[in-house]
Design a protein around this ligand. Structure first.
Ligand code: FES
Length: 210
């Protein structure tokens, strides 16, 4: 799946309605697509472009700047092991090597079961807790190889499902902005907006159509 589901299409339009210029919503729409599919597929670039009135190439031009937005399918759990200086000094490289052995893939690859993608990562701003890693951008500090094995076991068994959602989910509680607080789609600098923005009634506060 790469086009938005009907439910996510409603959310996408609600997100766009927050901004005075529709294309300002490109990044949150990319995150919404990644939450749905686990990565940013070609069709998602096309649909986001349609929704905000720009080309797929322009969507890609923005999305490709951000490391968090993945263009290739990603495991359910993205494991980022830091090997920058503090973590390097505290065993980050050994931890990454252990992770490669345990998961059976090199950094940059995804396990055959689609559960884990392993990446070597730059500083995660947890230098005082080195070596550090993140799973779907949730932090784990002072990680030993034994800790890593326990973490992988827990993730594979679903024991951390309540605290670590699938890759792409930034937060389980979605931000809601009342329609009277949204900036709206009327551009303060003029310029054409996609037709549906001017043709469609505003969404209600709960995201549904009135
Ligand atoms: S060096 Fe690893 S978190 Fe900063």
């Amino acid at each position: 799946m790469a086009r938005f589901t009907s439910g996510n299409d409603v959310i996408a339009r609600e997100i766009i309605d927050r901004y005075p210029v529709a294309k300002s919503a490109v990044i949150p729409l990319c995150h919404l697509a990644q939450e749905q599919d686990g990565h940013l597929a070609d069709d998602a670039l096309v649909q986001i472009g349609e929704l905000v009135g720009i080309t797929p190439a322009e969507v890609l031009g923005t999305a490709s700047f951000y490391e968090m937005l993945k263009r290739e399918p990603c495991g359910r759990y993205l494991v980022n092991v830091c090997t920058s200086i503090s973590c390097h000094l505290m065993g980050g490289d050994e931890l990454l090597h252990h992770a490669e052995q345990r998961l059976g893939v090199r950094a940059g690859a995804t396990t055959a079961d689609g559960l884990f993608t392993l990446e070597e990562y730059e500083c995660q701003a947890a230098c005082t807790e080195a070596p550090a890693l993140q799973v779907n951008y949730r932090y784990f500090h002072n990680v030993t190889p034994a800790d890593f094995d326990t973490l992988v076991d827990d993730l594979a068994a679903g024991r951390l499902a309540d605290t670590i959602p699938p890759h792409g989910t930034l937060a389980r509680i979605r931000q809601r902005i009342p329609s009277d607080r949204a900036a709206g789609a009327a551009s303060p600098i003029g310029g054409a907006q996609p037709g549906w923005l001017t043709d469609s009634p505003a969404l209600t506060d709960d995201g549904s159509n009135p």
